[in-house]
Structure formats: C-alpha cells, structure tokens
Unconditional design. Sequence first.
Length: 276
Amino acid sequence: MGDLALSNLNGVGALPGLNLQFLIELLAGLFLASLRIGAFLIASPFFGGSSTPLQVRIIMAVLLGVAVMNNATVPDWQSFDALIGIQVIMTELAIGIGAGLVLTIWFSAVLLAGEKIAASAGLGFAAQIDPDSGGQTPVISKTFSLFLTVIFLSSNGHLLVLRAVADSYVYLPVGAMPAFPVLIQSGIAAAGSMFFAASIIMLPLTAFLVAINLAIGVITRSAPQLNLFSFGFPISMLAIFLLLYLWVDVLGGAMDDLAHAAVDNIQQLLGLISNG
C-alpha cells in the first residue's frame, strides 16, 4: 500500500505542466512584435483618436502582433543585451510613431482647409473643443475631418495601411536599423503635400467668399444705413452653406484623392526606410 502511494506521488512530477521559460519567450516575442504596429495605432489619426478607447488599441496591437509572429521572424530576446534591447525597442517605436505621424499630417490638410474657409466666411468663432487635439476646432474643419474619415474607411484605407505596417516586418525585421533620414524627409514632404492639398480644397470656396465679401463691402459703402452685421453676415452664412452643398461632389473627389495619396505615401515610406 505504501509503495502504491509512493508511486502515485512520483507520477505527479511527470504530469505536463506550464513551461515558464517558453511562456516568457512567447510574451517577449509578442511584445517585440507589437511595438511597431502598436505605436502606429497610437500616432495615426483614426486609430489614435480619443474616440478609440485605449483598451481597444491595446487589444488590436496584441492581436496584430500575434499575426506578425505567425508571418514574420521575430528575433529571440535572449540574443539582446540590455543596451541593444533598449535600442531595438526605441527603433520599433520610432518606426511606428513616424509612420503614424506622417499619416496624421496628411489628414491635417482638411483641418487646415476648413479653418481657412471658416475664417473667410466669418465662422471662425463657431468652434468646439476637439477631443483629439484638445484645442478649439472650427465646425467646418471637424465636418471635413469626419468626411475624410468616412471616405478613408469606405475605401478600406485603414486595412491598407495596417497591411503595409504588417508587411514592413518582412523586409524590415525587428532589430534591423531603418533609414531615419528617409523617415524625416518623408515627414517634411508630407507637410508640403498637406499645404498643397489644403490649398486645392479651400481656394475655390475662399475665392467665391472673397468675391461675396467684396460685393457686400461695395453695397454697404453705397448704402451706409445698412448694418454690415445684420446684412452681410446672413449673406455670408447662406453663401457658405450653399457653396458647400453645391461643392460636395468636388470635395468628395478631392478627399478621395487625398486618402489614396496618404495610403500610397505610407506604403512607399515603409519600403524606402528599409532600403535606405
């Protein structure tokens, strides 16, 4: 009887248990695989906004990190010493944040265009707190931003940029050193493209508004008894809403081109920083 009990106790050690070393290696690999794409989700305009809860972004980063581990090679964390490990972490964060900020710069074009249109129409005071930026944003700018977001999502732009970031693990593995000058130049070029795109969107509308304001100025100059605020402001309000209604197809086409250009720029950027 005693021999039987002893044999049962010896069998307990042979039961399959949790391999802590394997679990630590798995979690460390998942952490390294999630850094780049998690940083991109935080810095990008749609995923990184306050409308997307932090818990959702963390879950998305972990799930996408699991997909990356299945399709790309993640180096063993034990092959890094402390200094190299910190360098790898900072590099991965820089790649993700840089790509996300470039996409944010492209999206800022509609905010700039809406701000200038609102100022030309006398609607600069019609602003609200933007939870994404934390500052005052004109209503027209926020409307343009939502319009661009809808176009971006309807054209599967979010899937294309996430696929571009996931594919970057293949030709730019974790631990590889990217071409940071190319990343900086891409950010500067994106800023120039932002101002150009904002000009294309706002110039037709602001030209009409300037002509209307000149006409109102001539009328009030010829008839001083007319109050500028009671006469000119309602006409400007009516004009801007009528122009936006008539211009919606053109604005939609311009924002569609802007969304495609932003996606193409992110894809080219992630390819160039790996080739230098």
